[in-house]
Design a protein around this ligand. Structure first.
Ligand code: COA
Length: 153
């Protein structure tokens, strides 16, 4: 399957978030403050000009420790018919390379335990214990240090 990844508008991203991740919320309710930051990145994976997957990142402090130039991943989702073909991995790889170019030092996020293998192959590791988020199931904090830093994590 051919697909390409490019920056897209938040208005497109929130529709996919609503469909896949948070059907109980309206698309607008899935927007967080970091999404609206001027430096936020919203990536879409497109196949035949249809949006098939999304991933966003925005500057947001790491809640467990003070870290400079810190970004958070949000809203990672691929439509079921397109999963297991590398779209999700390509979205993570693309956002990491954009973050490196923007001199981001540290990326974190909350990941479903079922997705830890994918994140681990992209250079992330877990931080802290597994915890439950409501009806969504077990999650873990994931982190990746993109640059040398004197912060010991
Ligand atoms: C998580 C999610 C975004 C991953 O998207 P995806 O496009 O399926 O991701 P990939 O195809 O890159 O990887 C998925 C699996 O397929 C495998 N895979 C990747 N390319 C492949 C290929 N060409 N052929 C066969 N398998 C492949 C990967 O190794 C990975 O295996 P793993 O689950 O054992 O780690 C998607 O499953 C999803 O939207 N899930 C529901 C929402 C969700 O859980 N979001 C994440 C919240 S943290």
């Amino acid at each position: 399957m051919f697909f390409n990844i490019r920056e897209t508008r938040l208005a497109n991203v929130v529709l996919v978030r609503h469909h896949i991740l948070r059907p109980h919320q309206t698309p607008e309710e899935t927007i967080s403050r970091g999404d609206l930051h001027p430096d936020a990145i919203h990536l879409g994976a497109y196949s035949d000009e249809s949006l098939i997957g999304v991933l966003s990142a925005g500057p947001e402090p790491f809640p467990h420790k003070e870290v400079a130039r810190c970004w958070r991943l949000r809203g990672f989702a691929v439509y079921p018919d397109y999963r297991g073909r590398g779209v999700g991995s390509a979205l993570v790889e693309a956002i990491i390379s954009l973050l490196r170019a923007r001199e981001c030092s540290f990326v974190w996020g909350l990941a479903r335990v079922s997705v830890l293998g994918l994140y681990s192959r992209a250079g992330f590791r877990t931080y802290g214990e597994v915890f439950d988020i409501g009806h969504v199931g077990p999650h873990c904090t994931i982190v990746s240090q993109l640059r040398e830093s004197n912060v010991d994590l």
